[in-house]
Design a protein around this ligand. Sequence first.
Ligand code: ATP
Length: 373
Amino acid sequence: AAAHGDHAAYDGLRLRDVTKEFPGGFTAVRSLDLDVPRGSFFALLGPSGCGKTTTLRMVAGLETPTSGSITLAGQDITYAKPYRRPVNTVFQSYALFPHLDIFENVAFGLRRRKTKDVDAKVREMLELVELTSQARKRPAQLSGGQQQRVALARALINNPEVLLLDEPLGALDLKLRRSMQIEVKRIQVEVGRTFVHVTHDQEEAMTMADTVAVMNGGVIEQMGAPAELYENPRSTFVANFLGQSNLIEGRVLRRAADVTTVEMHGIEVSVPSPRVHTDADAGWVGIRPEKVLVGRPGEELDAPGNTIPGGVVSDVSFVGVSTQYLVRMPWGQELQVFSQNTGRTHMFTQGESVELSWRPEYAFLLDRSQDAD
Ligand code: ATP
C-alpha cells in the first residue's frame, strides 16, 4: 500500500523492477527502475541489443513486462491496451499516408475521433514543426527531415502525456540529423511534453536529452545529466561509450573525504574522491584526451596538477580544430591527447620528448575488474 501511495504521488513516467523475458528464456530487460520527470527530455542510450527498444515497447504497450510495474501520472498502465495509454510513438519509418496531403496526414487521428476544431489544431501543429507552407503537398514531395516533422506533428496533435521516439532520426544523413536533433529539442521545449528517445548515438542523446540512461545488457549502467555522465562515468562501459578515455592502471594509496591518492606506474596522482568508483585498491585512473595537456619536459604548464614525465610523441594527427597526439609512456602504454588549436599552441612532432599533465579534478577512478575496453 505504501508503494502504491508513492506511485500515485509521482506525475511522471515510472518503471519499477521491470523485467522482460522473451519466450525461450532470453532476458532483454532486467529489474529496471526508471523515473522520467514530467515534461523532461529523456534518452535511453546503448548499443544494439541492450534492451532499449524493448523498454520503449513496454511503455507503449506493444510488449507486456514479465514482472514489475509501469505507472504514468499516478495511473498503473502495466497491462493497459496500447490505445488506452496517453502515449504516442514516432518510429524511424515515418509511416505517413502517401495518398493524403500533409494537412490530412496530421488531421487523420482527429478526424477519426470526430474531434472539434480540427483545422485550428492542425494549423497550430504545422506551425510548431514549421511546415505551414507545405500543407497541401504529398509526403513524397517532402525531404526526409520534413517527413519526420510531419510524423512528429501527427504524434503530438492529440496531446499525449508521453511521446516515445524510437531512433526517429536513424534514416537521415549526418548533417540533417544534427539539425533535426536541435529542431526536435526545440519542439519538445515548446510543447513541454515528456519525450522518451531511444538511440545508440551518444552525441545525439547528449545533444537532445536533459537526462540520459545508459543501458547495457538489459540494465541501466548509469543515469544522469549528459555532462555528469561524461565527466564522471562510473564504469569503463560508460566511460568508453560516451567518447574516448585514457585508462591507466593505478593502485589506491590513501583515501580521504575529498581526495584519493593513487599510485600510477610509480607516480602519485590525485583523484577527487566523489569520482572514485571502486572499493578495491586496484583501479583504472581515467582521464579524457581533451583534458590532458602536453608540454616540453620541465615546462611550467598552465594547469598545475598531476604531471607525468617521460612521454614520447608517437603519432600526430592534425584535425583542424584540434591536434590529436598519441604519446608513448615509459610503461609502454600509448595515451591519447587532444590539443585545441588556439593558434598559440606549440605543435609537437613525432619522436619529441614530452610531459603530460592534467588538473586533478578531471580524473576519475574505475573498478579494474572491468575490462578497459
Ligand atoms: P537495437 O538498437 O538493435 O534495436 P535494442 O537495444 O533496442 O537494440 P532490443 O530490441 O530491446 O535491443 O532487444 C534486446 C534483446 O532482446 C536483443 O538481444 C533481441 O534479440 C531480443 N529480443 C527482442 N525482441 C525479441 C522477441 N520478440 N523475442 C525474442 N528475443 C527478442
